[in-house]
Design a binder for this molecule. Structure first.
Ligand SMILES: [Zn+2]
Length: 326
């Protein structure tokens, strides 16, 4: 999931996408928000409103359209939908699938894999960027269809096995829930996952979820090796507060560590759970026009993505710190 907006609406104002877009960033202050003088240690509320069910539904529905599958370079293929990514790594010993989208995007992935000439049942390992319904909601169905092993970090494994029930987000619970899936192997920070000569390295980058995982690999295309990063996401979803969050007390420390980690990763090419995070439409168009893998080489874009996410984090943190002061 991504952050829906960044506003707290004045009391009584109905939350809607339009209102969300119109409301000023500092609506919190304009709305006359105040803290009593004795509130020194009192936690501040989230600066952004918890989205409504209908807003979440509209957002999710906008990500479900099919897109043609693509060979991106080396043994890497795009098999996801318009707004939620899924990546296939083909190997002589079977395939690795990173993310499964929603339960109802599994048929899109299936069709994409088969259109590319692969057998779905050759998928042996299922990985994830982070355990949210839009990236792992399809895990249970995909595991049933393929018999593949599901691998996840310990923290995301708990969420996967609870079907999203233990998510710390304050969103309407039914928007977060999906079919629980048994995790077959826990992945530790720095652990390598290898199949048929392809190795993906896990970097635990918690914050967006407790077990969010960024994957890296060396992708060889036409004799040239590229350092590829699959971003976990690091946004702070609406309704989430950073300071004194009773559902996730370590969120600030986790995000601090994750931003340090992102900045340490060598990167020629980056991809992400949502197309909008890596300019998918533009890069796919350039790729299709004949640029090939060069369309994805974008080390500056990676730096900008991380810097933008970190800036938002620091702004929210600074504002919560200001509000928490007596
Ligand atoms: Zn998410």
């Amino acid at each position: 999931m991504v952050r829906a907006g960044w506003n707290l609406l004045p009391a009584g104002q109905r939350f809607s996408l339009d209102a969300c877009m119109r409301a000023p960033r500092f609506a919190l202050l304009l709305a006359g928000f105040w803290l009593p003088a004795s509130a020194e240690a009192a936690p501040v509320p989230a600066l952004s409103a918890t989205p409504t069910r209908s807003w979440v539904t509209q957002l999710f529905d906008s990500w479900r359209a099919p897109v043609p599958p693509r060979h991106l370079g080396g043994n890497l293929y795009y098999v996801g939908a318009s707004g939620v990514s899924a990546w296939l790594f083909s190997t002589p010993e079977g395939h690795i699938l990173l993310d499964t989208g929603f339960a109802d995007t599994v048929p899109i992935i299936r069709r994409s894999v088969e259109q590319l000439g692969f057998k779905l049942t050759d998928i042996k390992l299922i990985l994830s960027s982070h355990a949210h319904i839009d990236h792992t909601g399809g895990h249970a169905a995909m595991k049933r269809l393929t018999g593949a092993q599901v691998l996840a970090s310990a923290a995301d494994a708990r969420t996967l096995e609870s079907g999203g029930a233990d998510d710390f987000l304050t969103w309407p619970k039914d928007t977060l829930l999906y079919q629980p899936v048994k995790v077959d192997r826990i992945i530790a920070d720095g652990e390598e996952v290898t199949l048929g000569g392809t190795t993906l390295t896990a970097h635990l980058t918690p914050g967006h979820t407790r077990g969010a995982t960024t994957w890296t690999m060396s992708l060889t295309d036409a004799g040239k090796a590229y350092r590829v990063v699959f971003f976990s996401s690091a946004s702070i979803n609406d309704g989430t507060r950073l300071l004194g969050n009773p559902h996730y007390p370590e969120i600030v420390a986790d995000l601090e560590g994750s931003f340090a980690r992102f900045k340490s990763l060598p990167c020629d090419i980056f991809f992400a759970p949502h197309g909008g995070q890596f300019a998918m439409a533009d890069k796919f168009a350039r790729h299709d026009r004949g640029d090939g893998i060069a369309a994805f080489v974008d080390p500056e874009g990676w730096k900008q993505l991380v810097a933008g996410a970190e800036k938002t984090f620091r702004e929210i943190l600074a504002r919560e710190n200001t509000l928490q002061k007596p």
